[in-house]
Design a protein around this ligand. Sequence first.
Ligand code: FE2
Length: 369
Amino acid sequence: MLVSRQNPFMKLKLLFTVLCLAVSSYGAERVVGGPYVVNPAPRAATIGWVVETSDVKVGAEAGKMDRTVSVLRGDKVSLTGLKPGTTVYYQAFAGEEGKGRFKTPPAGRASFKFVVFGDTRSRHELHRKVIEAISNLDPDFVVHTGDLVNDGYDTSLWPTFFDIERELLRKTVFFPVLGNHERDNARFYEFFDVKLPYYSFNWGAAHFAMLDSDVPNVASGSGARERFWTEQTRWLEDDLARNQKADFRFVVMHHPAYTVNITKGAHVSQETPVLVLLFEKYKVAAVFAGHDHNYQHHLKNGVHYIVTGGGGAPLAPAEAPLPGNITLRVESVEHYVPIEVEGNRAHIRAIALDGHVIETIELTAPGGN
Ligand SMILES: [Fe+2]
């Protein structure tokens, strides 16, 4: 036999290799999410993917551990030296499923298309259909208005989210905000490579400010929550003031500033009026939110407020319009919102899952101060 001719050192090496294979097959890592692209700049981007490093069995009896809890890790690589407004192809890990592509943001004014959607946390078959419809549009990037999963702490849910969104996320760029169902969990920060729950980015001549409206999950103490809100509000004002030369300023936050679903209560943050003053002062074109699982469009003092929470979660009713004639459209249906920006105009459509157009909105850049 081949082994019998080997010296003792070779036998030991062979034994060590066999043992290693046994150990690694027991606790084998596997990719359960991605690849996806976050944090792009004209010359840089981050490619991420999620790895299940092991799973833990849990049960009420030693012989009956019938629950499996995944241990997840977010892997990533930062790319630099890219060219603005170009397509980048990549292979994040082995196999066809490791391949992807994305466009870098154009450095100056340019036409582009993106899609806003949200509240994908349940009814996975509908979530999958919404994603298929968005994927067919081949958007430059997608914006998620929060509540990606039903419970950010439940590691069994993230692989399902990434499985459903796989084909979309591997060919575009992803910009999420925190929803209350993420519960401010560390996985959100780790997977999507954000250090703070609020951030901003530019795409062409449009500026986007992404907020964390889920104040109750920020901290258990009211003092810490107030400090967070003060810091985020200061950041937003500074961010909007510094970007008055952008054609469009868009804001994304999970909880809507205005909603018809007031009977459920506590949907609109008590602090929201402060934000509304900033939206108006700094000429924000549109504010995208989720949380209420329907489509809503309100227009107040020149700012469009769009609720797009039709990504799969159980639908909320189309309740009575808000007073003051600010409510322009409400429809209780699964949907998504594609937006095409050309020059100083933005063409917004709200499209239901059955294909019918809920509404179209034509925006002209409001200019700045
Ligand atoms: Fe929510």
